[in-house]
Design a protein around this ligand. Structure first.
Ligand code: MV4
Length: 444
């Protein structure tokens, strides 16, 4: 097992990784930017090291600085958390070259799944259903046009190096196609450094459902059920839950099988997530794979009792999972609400000084947060300040418990999305567990 881990992240996930290190008896160093020097993860860490100025490019994305920090602190592994360097195959390569263990999958698996057009091809070859569309990336305007005409409009253009909804555009008719293709390519080149774009039929009214997988280096691969992440705004997930209420047992079994087939095809190790779109008829289609721990991982932890971050660390150290699929039992229902320092009506960021913080508690409630009071939420990073996760015997109990937990939460000094969540939890469409999604822009 590792002696010391460098945590190359911030906020609640840095604290989450620190807690896993503590339980494994591993020393933890939190690498932080200047403004984060007074953050809770830094205060609780065994050691901390400044890796640069506030802007993420200069600190949390600064590879030489992070590698140097690992070297001078004598860390034998780096946990990248989510975002930042977590899905950067070059960083995973550099860690390997420097003799530092990257806590995550192999650089090869990250690279394969990072090219979303290639991931589609691998999924197809593995027998996972994909949305009708291009085979790999698109070559030119003529190919785009003939392909779109064949599959029918509306279609979606997606940047191969994008993901998570970034670099996507819907094209409704042939007149808009050539322009949209050129714009999509240019935006992809500017945002991701690659102009590769692929095409899919646009699936209207789909649910976004993802399957959690774990694989060890000995080749054991298991799934830990799904999460329904359909409640989103501008590709920002707001609430996630498991099990997905709107799918049939047949669709669920199909998703799990397809997710494991894909994980197998890329010899996947560590924790990963295979994303699907599911339609009203129960049809499901692979869209992409995330090769990191995800923000919403606690939903799965609540349902299974498996500590996913602990498993990531154990697997990276070469330990076997030590249990099989049959040992995984999904009990009850779990929901996560992401609490952001944002206006609950407009979702405009609301950074600033938190003067009071009283987290919720009681039966079936978990809080993952780096908040403390007083604390100044920096304006330069993501506005996520807390994840409230609840578990209940069924969906109804989980929804009511979440309402209770959010209603007792006190955060003073900044606006938060708690009022939005309280409205959502009372929305009859949301509570109804049907396929349709609630209209988020309506303020009740
Ligand atoms: C789509 C789609 C419709 N058609 N792809 C969402 C997450 C990102 N990985 C890709 N996403 C989508 N891809 C095709 N071909 C619609 C979405 C989508 C979405 C899907 C289900 C529920 C909520 C959503 C919110 C935004 C985008």
């Amino acid at each position: 097992m590792f002696h010391k881990i460098l945590i190359a992240n911030r906020g609640e996930i840095a604290l989450r990784i620190l807690r896993a290190c503590r339980e494994l008896g591993i020393r933890a160093v939190v690498a932080h930017s200047k403004v984060d020097a007074h953050s809770l993860p830094v205060r609780l860490a065994d050691e901390s090291i400044c890796i640069g100025p506030d802007d993420a490019r200069s600190s949390y994305l600064n590879i030489p600085s992070i590698i140097s920090a690992a070297a001078v602190t004598d860390s034998d592994a780096i946990h990248p958390g989510y975002g930042f360097l977590s899905e950067n195959p070059a960083f995973a390569d550099i860690c390997r070259a420097c003799g530092i263990v990257f806590i995550g999958p192999s650089p090869e698996a990250i690279r394969l799944m990072g090219d979303k057009a290639q991931a589609r091809e691998i999924a197809r070859q593995a027998g996972a259903p994909i949305i009708p569309g291009s085979e790999g990336s698109l070559k030119d305007g003529d190919q785009v046009l003939s392909l779109a005409e064949t599959i029918g409009f509306p279609v979606m253009l997606k940047a191969a190096s994008g993901g998570g909804g970034r670099g996507m555009r819907i094209v409704r008719d042939r007149d808009a196609l050539a322009q949209a293709f050129a714009t999509c390519q240019a935006e992809a080149a500017a945002a991701f450094g690659s102009s590769e774009v692929y095409l899919e039929k646009f699936l209207d009214q789909a649910r976004h459902i993802e399957v959690q997988v774990l694989g060890d280096r000995a080749g054991t691969r298991i799934h830990l059920g799904e999460r329904d992440c359909s409640i989103q705004r501008r590709h920002q997930k707001l609430l996630e839950e498991s099990p997905a209420a709107a799918i049939t047992p047949e669709a669920r079994a199909g998703l799990q099988r397809a997710a494991l087939a894909l994980a197998q095809a890329v010899n996947y190790t560590s924790a990963g997530t295979v994303e699907f779109l599911v339609d009203r008829e129960g049809g499901f289609y692979f869209i992409e794979m995330n090769t990191r721990i995800q923000v919403e991982h606690p939903v799965t932890e609540m349902l299974t009792g498996v500590d996913l971050v602990r498993e990531q660390i154990r697997i990276a150290a070469g330990e076997p999972l030590g249990y099989r699929q049959e040992a995984i039992h999904l009990t009850g229902h779990a929901i996560e609400c992401r609490v952001n320092a944002e206006d609950p009506d407009t979702f405009a960021p609301s950074p600033g000084r938190v003067t009071a913080w009283v987290p919720p508690g009681g039966p079936g409630v978990r809080v993952d947060s780096h908040l403390l009071a007083p604390y100044t939420i920096p304006a330069v990073y993501d506005s996520l300040v807390a994840k409230i996760i609840v578990h209940g015997r069924d969906r109804g109990e989980a929804i009511d418990r979440m309402h209770r937990a959010l209603a007792e939460t006190i955060i003073e000094g900044v606006k938060t999305t708690i009022p939005f969540h309280l409205r959502l939890l009372q929305d009859p469409v949301f509570r109804g567990s049907g396929f349709a999604l609630p209209r988020l822009e309506v303020t009740l």
